[in-house]
Write a protein that binds this ligand. Structure first.
Ligand code: LLP
Length: 445
């Protein structure tokens, strides 16, 4: 599935040993595989081939402009949720007609920016936003595509964290099913708005194809009523949320989702409708690793604690959602390649470690109670499945500069984001009095 593999006891990304990347660029560093990203994109397209969907990669998962450029060249559009993400997408050369814009709290500036950019559609999440979008389009004297994000109120199952469940009644996302018709009509009746269709996003990750089936059923019912009422629904956007394999098994694949979703949407597509999808994690997670170095080893009571040079400010998922990331040395001592991903196997010479970061926060762990080959200061560790919601959720907490990012394509290695400096940490403060223009910031207006 991905192109991170151990060969003769050494971890490679595509044709490059990751320890060479660590030696050249230092750690911590995010390393991405172009081949894996593009392969995953193709796998989605193949699984859903009979719907010929527009696949809009979710920028919030992985937003480096060089990676977006690669995905766009492979045919992807993007899903953005802010003016900042739209700026990145346009800079990366994503065609405007392949950009969709969700998010519950878009500002007037962001809406005008979207309208002026001529994106495919704004996925509107409230009646107030529909009115704001109509104003923005009128002010710009430009037509704007408006879709309604539906809150389908479907159960996604308990494996989806509550913190990332988005399609339940009572939450902040989308518009309740019983109000969709009325809000959609605002777009139909407006001089500048072009009704673009319906959208939903259930949560992330969602492990039950049936949840998508239930949501599609509900959205198709609304579609029928709208169509009967003379309101065109040219697009149905089924969102993202498809899982990535963090633990090496137990995750449904693309074909499992397609088997439930595609038959339901076939006649919509046959009648000329377009299906949009917004996968993020399922494309990006296993296309990236975070490389860290071991700094210190110590014991605390009966526990072996490893302190690395990266932690929750660079990869917050474990601390925030209590999720699992497999990790293993880039060159394990005794050549011990991993067997599976859960670590609970009976190879000799493994020891139990808690793997922590350097931050002053007791939740700053990457893993706890993990069986690993013996570690020493200076060893490079790979934290797997870090390509989605890794760098995009990184912060400056504890004033640690954010990691570099490196892209590997076959044997080619490219620095696509330099490591931040102490000057980067304070540049917006140093420039504060001079204002954003002097600081070179683009403010969409
Ligand atoms: N579309 C919309 C409107 C979304 O809100 C999201 C994710 C996606 C698409 C992409 O979902 P994906 O295919 O990546 O599951 N930070 C969390 C995940 C939050 C996801 C938020 N919305 C994490 O690290 O698990």
């Amino acid at each position: 599935m991905d192109r991170f593999t151990y060969r003769d006891g050494v971890l490679y990304v595509e044709d490059v040993a990751v320890e060479d990347i660590a030696a050249r660029f230092g750690t911590p560093v995010y390393v991405y595989s172009h081949g894996t990203l593009v392969t995953h994109l193709r796998q989605v397209a193949d699984a859903f081939a009979d719907l010929a969907p527009l696949i809009c990669f979710s920028v919030k998962a992985l937003s480096n402009i060089h990676l977006l450029r690669g995905l766009a060249a492979a045919g992807a559009g993007v899903d953005v949720v802010s003016g900042g993400e739209l700026y990145r997408a346009l800079l990366a050369g994503v065609p405007a007609q392949r950009i969709v814009f969700a998010g519950v709290g878009k500002s007037d500036e962001e809406l005008r920016y979207a309208v002026r950019s001529g994106i495919r559609c704004v996925n509107v999440e409230s009646e107030g936003e529909m009115r704001a979008l109509a104003r923005a389009a009128a002010e710009c004297r430009m037509p704007a595509g408006a879709a309604v994000r539906v809150n389908p109120d479907v159960a996604v199952g308990s494996r989806t964290p509550a913190k990332t469940t988005t399609g339940r009644r009572g939450g902040k996302f989308g518009i309740d099913l019983d109000r969709v018709h009325e809000v959609y009509r605002l777009a139909v009746d407006d001089e500048w708005l072009r009704p673009e269709g319906l959208h939903f996003h259930l949560g992330s990750p969602v492990f039950h194809p049936r949840a998508y089936g239930d949501a599609v059923d509900k959205v198709l019912t609304v579609t029928e009523k709208l169509t009967a009422d003379g309101a065109p629904v040219p697009t149905i956007n089924i969102g993202g949320g498809f899982p990535a394999d963090y633990e090496g098994s137990g995750v449904p694949g693309w074909s499992d989702f397609a088997a439930v979703i595609a038959p339901k949407l076939r006649s919509f597509v046959a009648a000329g409708g377009t299906v949009v999808m917004e996968p993020g994690r399922s494309i990006a997670a296993n296309a990236g690793v975070l490389l860290a170095s071991v700094r210190y080893l110590k014991t605390s009571g009966s526990r072996n604690v490893v302190i690395t040079d990266t932690g929750m400010s660079h990869l917050i998922r474990t601390a925030f959602y209590d999720t699992f990331h497999f990790l293993w040395p880039a060159r394990p001592r005794n050549g011990l390649s991993p067997v599976g991903r859960t670590g609970e196997h009976d190879q000799p010479d493994l020891a139990r470690y808690d793997v922590a970061g350097p931050l002053c926060e007791s939740s700053d762990y990457l893993a706890k109670d993990r069986l690993l080959p013996s570690l020493r200061p200076g060893d490079v560790l790979a934290i797997f499945t870090a390509g989605a919601y890794g760098m995009t959720m990184a912060s400056h907490y504890n004033s640690l500069p954010r990691p570099a990012e490196v892209l590997v394509d076959g044997g080619d290695v490219r620095l696509i984001r330099r490591r931040e400096t102490y000057e980067d940490l304070v540049s917006a403060e140093v420039d504060a009095e001079a204002g954003p223009a002097a600081a070179g910031t683009t403010k969409p207006a």
